[in-house]
Design a protein around this ligand. Structure first.
Ligand code: F6R
Length: 365
């Protein structure tokens, strides 16, 4: 049932504040502002490293998770798309643990990567939406993302719930490993607890701007997405969403890689969407954006209030979000990214919930 939404995708985008709040309730203690320690098969305090594998959007959530585990828990993470991971013959320590992220829990390549790690003696954790799935069954520890059924083929609420679970696990790992202090933990958990309210605020405020920009994007043949730090995987996610439902060619690039090739593509016909919260990389990303502007590129900057106040360029549209802490930025910045893809597809008249050639669950290799 789509309720009063035109598509399941739209419904699922708007459900996110509620489902993420539900999911977080299982991973953090909001009274003490602590991440709930992970007990059972995976001992984050002892593992020397972590392997992560997944496909598509779930892989991009894992990539953001890598930034968090490495930064907050000082845990080295080996990550790859499952279709490469399973064949790479990666040297893996049997003392390590591996996380497999999958909405459906049935993705063939992700399952094959899981079995590969199991054969090499690693403890297996599953970050899944479907608890009665093959990936969940074959894992030593299951971390449900509790997003509820996702019907739209393009993943939205599963992605942000995966991020919420990975953020909580990274904080728990940081505490277990002594790399995150109690006060840092409390500040981060407090930020997570504010996330659902901020998400509602963003969803209620950016619609007119998004529709205006989506109309522009629907006339384009190619779009470039740029980001740095955790905004880089999000740039790739933005490009993936746009490709799969609007069929517009899009690419997500690390902002710093622009000058190593893709800058040659820039002209007035290719909009460049820059994801840049006012974080420690902001100035660097803005200077990459100026390189685009200097070549006549049209820029759409997705930033926060501080970022908007710090930049002015004539050739630019901005989507301004509230100021948020680094740990919640990827979730909050997912919202305009999802909505831009959704409304662009609506303008183009594509089958948003069932894009051509795609299946919700990919059980072939
Ligand atoms: C993109 C999308 C796909 C899936 C991928 C993995 O919107 O939905 O890229 O993320 O096929 O699927 P799961 O998470 O079921 O393993």
């Amino acid at each position: 049932d789509k309720g009063n939404h035109r598509h399941f995708m739209e419904k699922e985008i708007h459900e996110q504040p509620e489902v993420i709040s539900h999911a977080l309730g299982h991973y953090v203690n909001f009274i003490e502002n602590r991440a709930i320690p992970v007990s059972g098969a995976i001992d984050f305090a002892k593992v020397p490293s972590l392997a992560i594998s997944a496909c598509g959007t779930a892989y991009l959530a894992g990539l953001i998770g890598k930034y968090w585990f490495e930064r907050y828990a000082r845990l080295p993470v080996e990550i790859d798309v499952a279709s490469e991971f399973r064949y790479r013959e990666i040297p893996l320590s049997p003392q390590s643990a591996a996380l497999f992220i999958s909405q459906s829990g049935e993705t063939a390549d992700t399952l094959a990567s899981l079995r590969y790690c199991k054969e090499h003696g690693l403890k297996i954790g599953a970050v899944v939406n479907t608890r009665e799935s093959t990936i969940a069954r074959e894992s030593d520890a299951v971390f449900p993302i509790l997003a509820g059924p996702e019907i739209g083929v393009a993943s939205t609420k599963a992605f942000t719930c995966q991020l919420a679970v990975l953020a909580s696990l990274a904080i728990a790992a940081g505490r277990a490993r002594g790399t995150l202090g109690e006060e840092e933990e409390q500040a981060m958990v407090r930020s997570l607890s504010e996330m659902p309210r901020l998400m509602s605020r963003v969803l209620n405020s950016i619609q007119p701007k998004i529709e205006f920009l989506a109309r522009e994007l629907s006339k384009c043949r190619d779009v470039l997405y740029l980001g740095r730090g955790t905004s880089f995987p999000l740039a790739m996610e933005g490009a993936l969403k746009l490709k799969e439902i609007s069929y517009i060619h899009a690419e997500g690039y690390a902002a710093g890689e622009l000058k190593h090739g893709p800058i040659a593509l820039i002209d007035e016909n290719m909009p460049v969407i820059v994801i840049a919260p006012h974080d420690r990389f902001f100035d660097k990303t803005v200077s990459n954006m100026q390189e685009v502007a200097a070549r006549g590129g049209r820029i759409i900057l997705i930033t926060d209030e501080k970022g908007a106040a710090a930049t002015t360029l004539d050739t630019m549209h901005t989507i301004v979000l509230p100021n948020v802490d680094e740990i919640v930025a990827p979730v909050i910045f997912s919202l305009p990214v999802q909505l831009l893809a959704y409304h662009t597809a609506v303008f183009m008249g594509t089958d948003v919930d069932q894009p051509r050639n795609l299946a919700k669950s990919v059980t072939v290799e």
